[in-house]
Design a protein around this ligand. Sequence first.
Ligand code: AGP
Length: 608
Amino acid sequence: MCGIVGAIAQRNVVPILLEGLQRLEYRGYDSAGLAVVKEGQLQCVRSTGRVADLRERSAATEGPLGIAHTRWATHGVPSERNAHPHLSNDRIAVVHNGIIENYEELRASLTVAGYVFTSDTDTEVIAHLIHSHYAQGLSLLAATQVSLSELVGAYAIGVVACDEPDRLICARRGSPLLLGVGIGEYFIASDVSALLPVTRQVVYLEEGDVVELKRDGYRIFDAGGAQIERPVQTSELSNESVELGAYRHYMQKEIHEQPQALANTLESVCNSQSLVPGIFGAEAAATFADIDSILILACGTSNHAGQVARYWLEELAGIPCRVEVASEYRYRVSVPNPKALVVVISQSGETADTQAALNHAKAQGHVHTLAICNVPESALVRLSKLRLLTRAGPEIGVASTKAFTTQLAALFLLTLVLAKQRGRLTEQQESQYLHELRHLPSAVQKVLDLEPQIAKLAERFADKHNALFLGRGMHFPIALEGALKLKEISYIHAEAYPAGELKHGPLALVDKDMPVISVAPNDALLEKLKSNLQEVRARGGELYVFADADTHIREADGIHVMQMPEHAGYLSPILHTIPLQLLAYYVALQKGTDVDKPRNLAKSVTVE
Ligand code: AGP
């Protein structure tokens, strides 16, 4: 969701800016632009097309200082005039990620002061505000600092001025931004992947930081205005990990990376003989001893992971668990329980609603917090007392795949550690579960081998407009996830129900045009599920069943069965996720959609 890149160097930075924007495309955007300063002039180019279009339009643009942006519309439709950078009096240019909540009153007072607005965005007020202070004689740094103190909301910004060819100013509060450190050149970006071609030396900015970058160094000022040092870290991200390689789409690549991603996430545990709370942080043992329940807060796919975990935590660890949609929880009047462990789950660690929900929980008196997250330096990890990092590697496709299955693996570890601590796990069970976890990557690999069959099956969905997903027990959230994947990338309207709910309403939708996809593991609810499937078949519904080997669900007229290789017990939700990801992917190919960048969606939802 909105991407920022900036550079100050002794060479032309336009290729660096464009390459960086290209690498941020996965975040989702609807327009793009850049501004460079050269010989006292600001050159600005914007486009409502892809970054490739911006590249063409910028062919004649060059300069050693610049900022660039991919925009995901919040205030104002996607259009060239709303695309960033936004300029004030052709002297100051600003790129911005986030939302300024008091922009209307600022806009009114700036209009009175004579500023003319040319866009519908909240960002343009930042440009004029900085200009208004700069015009009073403040330095660009001071003008930015004063302006930021007048803003209410979230931002990451980059600022350049045509009269300041040796300075790039940036700041963050509520939206991610980092510095890249080169030799005699410095960069800013929304995430590291944008800077990999130029540097892996990065500085993660803290909330409220404002930075002045010059060619011979940079100065960071914290939220209180004091100059401060932040550590330079070497990013472990490799170029290959963000490149497509032989795959057609990132989503396909990431589906196939799941065995390795799971192995990486489980590495430390699988190499040991027993489970210890320490994998969640030094204070985990004491924290876990003090809790009486779990409150999971997350959005979208990450929320589905939490919903699976609820079954595990209550059944295996005997601990009450509530799962809430972060965007609802943050505004809901709930009953706080300081003895609850608040678990936030997030791929990006930057999701605005999840961050706000965590802050809300803390403000309500919750002190025990744990982040399960794929990005080590992210806001959610920093805001939480405990953490377990999924090691899925960068996830570029907007549709979350490997992040989800690694979240499930991490949540299963949490379940086992809590079960052990609460005396509900024998030594024998512990070693059996560790054995199953070690086996998980190869079990997932076997499911991936179903790909050709699923690709064939997907052809049957090419003309469909609706689909129903069914699951029971801990596989109901997997049905939810399957439906989310399908609607997200193929734009087919899909709903998921616990199969037992069918006759309480959704059965009315079933006819020959409604494909019904069912997750059928060989568990205690199998016979109940089979009856539910009969109810569908009796109404002429076409069934697509992903069934474990020993379920004895057979192919028949109107019943298409995909045979899953094995039943994985409690880990079965992880295996059953894979075919639904592949189904969504191949249906999207049938539909010809933009698989990695589906319309209207952003990878990392950093605004409310
Ligand atoms: C998943 O396919 C979605 N793109 C989306 O639901 C995502 O899971 C959600 O926005 C939460 O993101 P996070 O895990 O980065 O917090």
